[in-house]
Ligand binder design. Structure first.
Ligand SMILES: NC(=O)c1ccc[n+]([C@@H]2O[C@H](COP(=O)([O-])OP(=O)(O)OC[C@H]3O[C@@H](n4cnc5c(N)ncnc54)[C@H](OP(=O)(O)O)[C@@H]3O)[C@@H](O)[C@H]2O)c1
Length: 343
């Protein structure tokens, strides 16, 4: 069969080659690949892979043979393959943990792009409630940036998208960005969460625009430039600000298991399809648990529902985090909110 393999010669970094058919183990499904998803790392860090290795991590296709241990999606299921090494071949043997069922109405080509970029944005943004928060996405024109803008907007954040040039701003407002900038100095905003994929001097700039209690998440460094913090920039009073490396690898009950888009079966099935629907702009009302809090709150703001109905809708999350969200929406103090909730 044909595959795209790593090529370290001048003709590289990848080329088509004939490779052996994959032999699935008992716990692996055989998937016929229809589309592949291309990520920054596959081109820029290709030297880390041996010449001749089948390349790529994200793809989408159809299961042609289910895993023989009976787990995972049955033959005929349309699936996304996410964060699975050696995915760019006509057929791949892959664990169901790296597969996600693609819902009706979602194009397989779109689903192929979701894996690394979509899950990376998701893992950062689920760290806290984003309702009515100021979120900055740098490198917003990129793969991670596009997903981050959409997901943060769906969670009720005010999203500022930073891009390298005006031409690269195309489509970001439609995806939910409130503001699209080419220079961070153009904003007087203080950000509660920054998702940075660019690195370099922008990191120091973004740090100085963080709100008290805000976090700067370092997800990538596509500029390849160094960061220098001016003397004193890392000192401050008030609620601590923090810089976080990208490190959400936990497979929690509400989360994305390690190294995967999501399993195709059992408990996680519905959360996967919600994630797909939301990431691809469909039915944002039904979203993964953490964002359901925010969206419930947004509905409250829009429809003026009672506090009782929203407290019933929440059912998850710390009262503290929620009371802050409520305060921002309703303009009440957190204490007042708590007493309202207890009534
Ligand atoms: N931690 C993880 O698991 C993980 C996962 C995915 C990605 N990443 C990392 O995140 C970064 C972005 O990935 P991606 O898939 O979004 O890449 P991408 O689609 O290629 O986008 C790269 C973005 O970086 C911007 N950029 C590049 N050089 C720049 C510079 N000198 N100044 C300002 N902006 C610059 C580009 O903006 P303009 O075109 O607007 O200039 C573009 O939007 C990469 O470093 C990647 O390795 C990490």
């Amino acid at each position: 069969m044909r595959a795209l393999v790593v090529d370290h010669s001048d003709a590289g970094p990848i080329r088509f080659a004939d490779v052996d058919e994959p032999v699935p183990s008992a716990g692996e499904a055989l998937v016929e690949i229809r589309h592949i998803g291309l990520n920054f790392g596959e081109l820029n860090y290709v030297h880390q892979w041996p010449a001749g290795a089948v390349h790529g991590h994200d793809a989408a296709g159809v299961v042609v043979r289910a895993a023989s241990d009976g787990l995972g999606p049955p033959a005929g299921t349309r699936v996304a393959v996410g964060m699975a090494p050696h995915a760019w071949a006509e057929r791949v043997a892959v664990s169901p943990a790296s597969l996600g069922t693609v819902p009706e109405g979602v194009d397989l080509a779109d689903a192929a792009a979701l894996g690394i970029a979509g899950v990376t944005a998701f893992r950062v943004l689920r760290k806290r409630s984003l309702l009515a928060r100021n979120v900055l996405v740098t490198g917003a024109s990129g793969g991670v940036g596009h997903f981050a803008v959409q997901l943060a907007a769906l969670a009720g954040a005010r999203v500022t998208a930073l891009v390298g040039s005006p031409e690269r701003a195309a489509g970001l407002r439609e995806l939910g960005a409130d503001r699209v900038l080419t220079d961070l100095a153009e904003t007087g905003n203080r950000f509660d969460l920054v998702l940075d994929t660019v690195g370099g001097p922008l990191v120091a700039q973004a740090w100085s625009s963080l709100a008290e209690g805000g976090t700067l998440h370092l997800v990538g460094y596509s500029s390849g430039q160094d960061t220098t913090f001016p003397s004193g920039a890392l000192f401050g009073f008030g609620e601590p600000r923090s810089i976080a490396t990208y490190g959400d690898r936990s497979g929690t009950a509400r989360g994305v298991p390690r190294h995967c888009v999501a399993p195709c079966h059992g408990r996680e099935t519905s959360s996967l399809s919600r994630r797909f629907r939301s990431a691809l702009g469909q039915t944002p009302g039904a979203y993964v648990t953490q964002w359901r809090i925010d969206l419930a709150s947004v509905r409250l703001r829009d429809t003026d529902e009672s506090v009782e109905s929203i407290s019933g809708a929440v059912g998850y999350g710390s009262p503290h985090a929620f009371s802050r969200a409520f305060r921002r929406v309703r303009g009440t103090a957190p204490g007042e909110y708590r007493s309202l909730l207890r009534k």
